[in-house]
Design a protein around this ligand. Structure first.
Ligand SMILES: Cc1cc2nc3c(=O)[nH]c(=O)nc-3n(C[C@H](O)[C@H](O)[C@H](O)COP(=O)(O)O)c2cc1C
Length: 192
């Protein structure tokens, strides 16, 4: 049976929600999925023993989550060997302007270049603006940023920007990638 690790970094839960949507597709296809919050847990096996590793991070202050930066930095060599995938979740990916969406991709490209990591698939996915969960100052700051970028400034509720059709398509691409990995590659090497 194929085994896939989905490791994510999140502040307010949207990246985990997307990670679990991708994982549900894999599970439906008969793949065992292990979820790992990079800030709290460690993968249960050596990374080479997974059929594929899916890494997801939200974009915070123009950078990936610290826990994901640390994970990728410590494992870039292996991530270049096993089939790996990266998805970034951000507000700018949901921007109405091309300039905003380009900024999200620039952050992905900068991160991958800095980490010397070349995943087989990448995606820039829109996240959420969770005004009701932010402390006062952050709510004020995020409202200002939204006003600047044409986003929603109604702080009385949260705003999900995620395009679930895009997430479903990406989940299907990840599932196809995993299906193309020979199953034996995911089993620990036989000792003779
Ligand atoms: C403190 C903070 C900083 C953020 N900085 C950025 C940013 O630089 N660029 C961007 O596009 N989105 C930014 N966002 C929006 C997040 O990427 C978006 O809310 C995402 O859905 C968060 O996902 P999470 O809940 O999994 O952490 C920021 C959000 C917060 C709370």
């Amino acid at each position: 049976m194929s085994r896939v690790l989905i490791i994510f970094g999140t502040s307010y839960g949207q990246t985990e929600k997307i990670a679990r949507r991708i994982g549900a597709d894999l599970e439906t296809a008969g793949t065992a999925v292990e979820y790992c919050n990079a800030a709290k847990d460690h993968p249960s096996m050596d990374l080479k023993q997974y059929s594929a590793v899916v890494v997801g991070s939200s974009l915070i202050a123009r950078g990936a989550q610290k826990s994901i930066q640390q994970f990728v930095s410590a494992n870039a060599g292996v991530l270049n060997e096993v089939p790996s995938v990266y998805f970034q979740v951000s507000a700018s990916a949901g921007s109405a302007s091309q300039e905003g969406r380009n900024a999200a991709w620039r952050a992905i490209e900068g991160f991958l270049k800095h980490q010397h990591w070349a995943p087989k698939l990448t995606a820039s996915l829109a996240g959420a603006i969770n005004y009701t969960k932010y402390p006062f100052l952050l709510r004020w700051y995020m409202k200002r940023a939204a006003a600047r970028n044409g986003g929603n400034t109604d702080t009385s509720r949260d705003h999900e920007l995620t395009d679930w059709k895009q997430v479903n398509q990406f989940a299907a691409d990840v599932t196809s990638l995993v299906a193309s990995v020979p199953e034996a590659a995911s089993e620990p090497a036989l000792r003779r």
